[in-house]
Design a protein around this ligand. Structure first.
Ligand SMILES: Nc1nc2c(c(=O)[nH]1)N[C@H]1C(S)=C(S)[C@@H](COP(=O)(O)OP(=O)(O)OC[C@H]3O[C@@H](n4cnc5c(N)ncnc54)[C@H](O)[C@@H]3O)O[C@H]1N2
Ligand code: MOO
Length: 610
């Protein structure tokens, strides 16, 4: 029986009738809600239940033939679907929920299906224990100790958590820990018969790190680079601001008109007509206080005269000679309308751009709007890159037999440039110790970070490992992710070094997951996080438990306005086209095996990063 998955924690309660499942859920729900947890309950009913009442409109319409009846009010809605041929499956029911509004799905019933459950047991019901025969039970809540018979030995061996069925607080705590991923469910899996259990490759093998563990370890070794430099404004694009930039002026400098029209006094609205005393163009002013009964014809951006505080749009005005009237049937005039106040964008002395912000188009414009033409930025991070492998050739050369053109240095160059780094391209390094040693030493002298690609797996060209071990402190890791399993990280002298896997897609994925966070930390950004959001899977995204799987995907809105995601097709880690056609990576987390159609999956947009 295949395991049922949801993108949210899914937890069932398994018990014989009479144990008090519903009573327990009813008592626990307010406690979960009080802890801020948004819960859905899916309940199985055995009989021909009906929530609709005879005589109600919805019931009449359904009986008249509507196979789906959706009734909605401001407070709630309900969909009643006739399923005369086949009962809906649990995965289908899960997909009906709006998982963006939930933290937990509780399931009552569906006893025979495979998903995590808590067994409820009361001795007085006189029924057998369920956990010896249900490998999905992750804890037992009972009013008697589990007997020291076969089942108890099994429970003890597997160290299933034992809870007191009468201790609601304890059971609630357990559920909360389950949601937070703190419950060790391996005890349950120890009970699995071989055929249902995890495959050996599903378990985190010894020495394999999760993506989060690998990133945390690497970031622990990174020290921000504090050096700064002053650059001309345009050259600051993509760079990181070294110190807070304070506004030396008010932006806008003066209170000005937001429309072409007529400036009048806000305390002088009840008038038939006004005398136009001046015509003020942008860059000019009318320097007398505006009197009652007067108006100034004004252009967008021009300074509003003293005592005037309201602008009426030109479309609403009719001027004959120097008399203007406003058509109030088009729109009422409100005091202070269509006027931009001095300093409303930025007041004098206000922080315009905080230190460690990245300068993109709006920041560049804002700095310019303050009249500043030079900025102090963090010195660009210098990154040395090289490729390894005798089969790797420069583009532009005639292709040799059994060779491959170097694409990795180009994707790295592009992603580093996007991240605001200065790239030092050390080329393709011959497969020999002396060449590699020289290159690494050169990299360590010139760069803040060194990246190589290729040669980090278990191939025969093991001299890379020998040289790295000789020159620095390097760890060869296997990260439980795909693509991008093999990864080397360490230091050559004091310079951090990444040995990225050779496969072109693996290079890009490892860059996005490990190298970019390092660059951001070197640039001084603390706890930088990429943008991530959830989308509904429109196809199955396969992944093994414990592994983080990155599928290249395309997200888009469907006809119902839901954000959905599909894959780009073939996903081999040498197929760079899968990256080129993608606008995101679909990240299936270790705790989520295969994401099914309708499940929410994490989507990591690529725009601006590749
Ligand atoms: N027995 C095992 N074999 C492999 C394993 C493993 O765990 N056990 N892991 C596989 C995975 S996953 C990856 S990823 C690769 C990584 O291997 P290397 O880092 O040693 O890389 P290479 O063998 O040098 O190259 C792999 C592949 O990529 C091509 N390549 C290399 N450099 C470039 C470049 N600059 N531009 C374009 N393409 C490049 C190279 O020709 C190979 O096809 O190992 C698997 N094997
Ligand atoms: O994980 Mo490798 O990284 O297959 O490409």
């Amino acid at each position: 029986m295949s395991k049922i998955h949801a993108s949210l924690p899914l937890l069932g309660f398994a018990a014989f009738s009479g144990t008090g499942k519903t009573t327990l859920l009813e008592a626990m729900l307010p406690k979960l809600v009080a802890r801020g947890i948004r819960v859905a309950v899916i309940k199985h009913a055995h009989h021909d239940f009906d929530i609709d009442q005879p005589g109600k409109d919805s019931h009449r319409l359904r009986k008249a033939g509507a196979s789906q009846m959706l009734i909605s009010s401001r407070c709630r809605r309900a969909l009643v679907t006739e399923t005369p041929d086949e009962e809906a499956s649990l995965p289908h029911l899960i997909a009906q929920l709006d998982q963006t509004q939930l933290d937990l799905i509780l399931v009552e019933g569906f006893k025979k299906l495979s998903f995590p459950k808590i067994e409820l047991h009361r001795s007085e019901v006189g029924k057998p224990w369920l956990h010896p025969t249900d490998s999905n039970i992750i804890a037992v809540a009972a009013n008697v100790p589990v007997p020291a018979s076969g089942s108890a030995a099994l429970a003890e061996k597997a160290s299933l958590p034992l809870l007191d069925i009468n201790n609601l607080e304890q059971i609630t705590d357990f559920v909360v820990r389950f949601i937070q991923g703190e419950v060790d469910t391996s005890a349950a899996s120890l009970l699995l018969p071989q055929s249902q259990g995890l495959q050996c490759g599903d378990l985190t093998p010894q020495g394999m790190l999760s993506v989060a563990e690998g990133r945390e370890r690497i970031l622990g070794h990174i020290v921000p680079i504090e050096k700064t430099q002053a650059v001309d404004l345009k050259a600051a694009l993509g760079q990181i601001v070294a110190h807070d930039i304070l506004s030396p002026v008010n932006v806008p400098q003066h209170t000005n008109s937001a429309m072409d029209g007529y400036a009048i006094r806000g305390d002088d609205l009840e008038r038939q007509d006004y005398t136009v005393v001046a015509h003020v163009m942008a860059g000019h002013s009318y320097d007398l206080p505006l009197e009652k009964g007067q108006a100034v014809r004004i252009m967008t951006g021009a300074a509003v005269p003293e005592c005037a505080d309201t602008v009426v749009m030109r479309e609403q005005a009719e001027q004959i000679d120097n008399i203007v009237r406003f058509d109030l049937s088009m729109a009422a005039i409100n005091t202070a309308q269509n006027v931009r106040q001095a300093g409303e964008d930025l007041a004098l002395g206000q922080t315009a751009i905080a230190a460690n912000s990245k300068i993109t188009a709006p920041e560049l414009g804002m700095i310019a709007s303050l009249g500043i033409n030079q900025v102090s930025v963090k010195r660009a991070i210098r990154v040395a890159i090289f490729s390894t492998g005798d089969e790797v050739q420069h583009p532009g050369e005639a292709q040799k037999n059994n060779c491959i053109y170097d694409s990795n240095r180009y994707t790295l160059h592009a992603m580093l440039t996007q991240a605001g780094c200065e790239v030092i391209d050390l080329g393709i390094i011959e497969d020999n110790e002396a060449a590699l040693e020289m290159t690494l030493e050169q990299g360590a002298q010139q760069a803040d970070l060194i990246l190589s690609s290729g040669g980090v797996s278990v191939g025969d060209a093991d001299y890379i490992k020998t040289v790295l071990a000789k020159l620095g402190k390097i760890n060869f890791w296997r990260i439980n992710m795909r693509p991008g399993r093999p990864l080397a990280f360490g230091h050559i002298d004091d310079t951090p070094f990444f040995g990225l896997p050779g496969n072109p897609v693996a290079v890009m994925v490892v860059f996005l997951q490990f190298v970019e966070p390092v660059i951001r930390k070197l640039q001084g950004m603390d706890n930088w996080q990429p943008q991530v959001f959830n989308a509904v899977a429109t196809e199955r995204f396969r992944s093994r438990p414990n592994r983080t799987e990155y599928t290249r995907g395309i997200f888009s809105f469907d006809a119902n306005g839901r954000l959905t995601v599909k894959s780009t097709g073939q996903q081999g880690s040498g197929i760079l086209r899968s990256m080129s056609e993608a606008n995101c990576l679909v990240e299936v987390l270790p705790e989520q095996a295969n994401a099914e159609i309708g499940d929410l999956v994490r989507v990591v947009p690529l725009q601006g990063r590749v």
